[in-house]
Design a protein around this ligand. Structure first.
Ligand code: AMP
Length: 447
């Protein structure tokens, strides 16, 4: 029976796996300069980490989460024996902020009086969404969380870092839109939610059933509805920025001022409400202007000053973001394609350039292969990527193979070379050949 990867999942073949590692490395190196340390949390958590942390009323938790039950637990449930204990109800993580918040509290990573703690992570997330271009059921995020600072300079620092990350990846600034909004806090948001709820109910006849149904549970989600007619109606809905309390207003204005000072261009979007319940005050999203189709969000995040309390920690302000690896890849691919088609665009990524073999050792007989085996080990120990023939191919087909894998050099070993402790080195770009003493080979091969 021939299996395929399940819908919404895909294999990262070497080029993509390499790109993921490169993008991850670029993020970790850059974020380190801003004080971020790596963290890994489990791929699955107790279900309640997500239901409490993110909120049942969100799509991510209410509809899209993958629950995980052990075979033993499942058998018990099917046999009608026991309802599963909540401690046995696990879920694959749909995002990682909740896991990081849980870890922060569990390990007391931010004791009172401590400076901020900052974490960067990268890994797979799982959501049961309808698969389409740029939207998967298993996808990868690279994210950052900054905990302990309530000040607007922290918001601005996180946003600047995110934009620097996209620059480091080679995505030109003019290809992206940075959207900003404030979602208020416990002082001003409840009244705003009620206003939006009332607005939705007053327009129930022209909004989709989903938006109307969510009027009580999560009215702000109506701003995210994909239906064009809903979007048109919601364009005239009350705006949070008109009703922010003085503290939230001051915070928001200060974030904008910091971004202005850093020279970061942004667009204020009063309809930007992020789908997860835990956001307070600043929220942001970076969208690609071209190449991503409907799923144009490269990444987004915001402030979540109440989240740590949900996990039983002391009130701790925090904020963070996550970017989608697949979306970044699509954006970079679009740039590459444009350039290949003769476009003038700048940027694009070196992230796809799989490392090449530096030298392919071609051998004429068994004795030479034995010598090549040992030479290959020495060269690799010296840091040089080497490949050789293991299958006893003809010299001609070894050259063909070296060409195929785009080796920079072919080193030919035969009886004469073995006797003289030399190697015949062919530069595959210029086709020039030279006899090189083995003791000088490493030096010749170092790029
Ligand atoms: P969120 O956790 O929903 O704020 O998403 C943050 C980023 O993750 C988005 O901007 C996307 O780039 C990416 N993302 C979210 N959901 C998916 C998905 N189903 N497939 C691929 N990327 C996703």
């Amino acid at each position: 029976m021939a299996f395929k990867a399940p819908p919404g999942t895909y294999d990262l073949l070497p080029e993509q796996a390499y790109a993921f590692n490169s993008i991850r490395q670029i993020a970790f190196d850059l974020f380190e300069r801003y004080g971020y340390q790596p963290i890994e949390t489990p791929t699955f958590e107790h279900l309640e980490v997500f239901t409490h942390g993110i909120g049942d009323a969100t799509d991510v938790v209410g509809k899209e989460m993958y629950l995980a039950l052990s075979q033993r637990g499942l058998s018990a449930v099917l046999a009608g024996d026991v309802p599963p204990r909540t401690s046995e109800m696990l879920a694959l993580r749909p995002e990682q902020t909740a896991g990081v918040a849980r870890a922060l509290v569990q390990h007391n990573l931010l004791p009172p009086g401590a400076a901020t703690v900052k974490f960067v992570y990268a890994g797979a997330m799982f959501r049961h969404e309808r698969p389409q271009k740029g939207r998967y059921r298993e996808f990868r995020q690279i994210g950052a969380e900054c905990l302990g600072a309530a000040e607007p300079s922290a918001d601005a620092e996180v946003i600047v870092m995110l934009m620097r990350f996209f620059s480091a990846l080679g995505i030109p600034r003019e290809r992206m839109r940075l959207l900003l909004n404030s979602m208020g806090d416990d002082v001003c948001r409840p009244a705003y939610r009620a206003q939006v709820r009332d607005y939705i109910l007053a327009h129930a006849d022209v909004l989709c059933a989903d938006c109307v149904r969510r009027a009580d549970t999560n009215p702000l989600r109506a701003f995210d509805c994909k239906s064009e007619s809903c979007q048109a109606v919601m364009a005239d809905a009350p705006r949070i920025t008109d009703v922010l309390c003085a503290d939230c207003r001051g915070h928001y204005d200060a974030v904008l001022a910091y971004l202005d000072a850093a020279g970061i261009a942004y667009e204020e979007d009063p309809r930007l409400v992020r789908g997860l319940d835990y956001y307070t005050r600043t929220v942001f999203e970076v969208q690609a202007i071209q190449g991503l189709g409907a799923q144009n969000a490269l990444g987004g995040g915001g402030r979540y000053d109440r989240l740590i309390e949900v996990f039983g920690g002391k009130p701790t302000p925090g904020l963070g973001f996550a970017v989608g690896f697949e979306r970044i890849l699509l954006a970079l691919q679009a740039l590459e394609e444009e350039k290949a088609a003769g476009g003038e665009c700048e940027g694009g990524g070196a992230v796809f350039a799989l490392p090449r073999v530096r030298i392919f050792l071609a051998t004429v007989d068994d004795q030479a292969r034995q010598a090549a085996f040992e030479l290959a080990l020495d060269l690799r120990d010296a840091g040089i990527p080497v490949e050789m023939d293991h299958q006893g191919r003809s010299l001609k087909s070894q050259f063909r193979l070296a060409d195929k894998i785009q080796a920079a050099f072919v080193g030919i070993l035969g009886p004469d070379e073995l006797a003289d402790k030399t190697i015949r080195l062919r530069d595959m770009a210029t086709r020039e050949e030279a006899l090189v003493a083995l003791e000088n080979l490493v030096e010749r091969l170092v790029p």
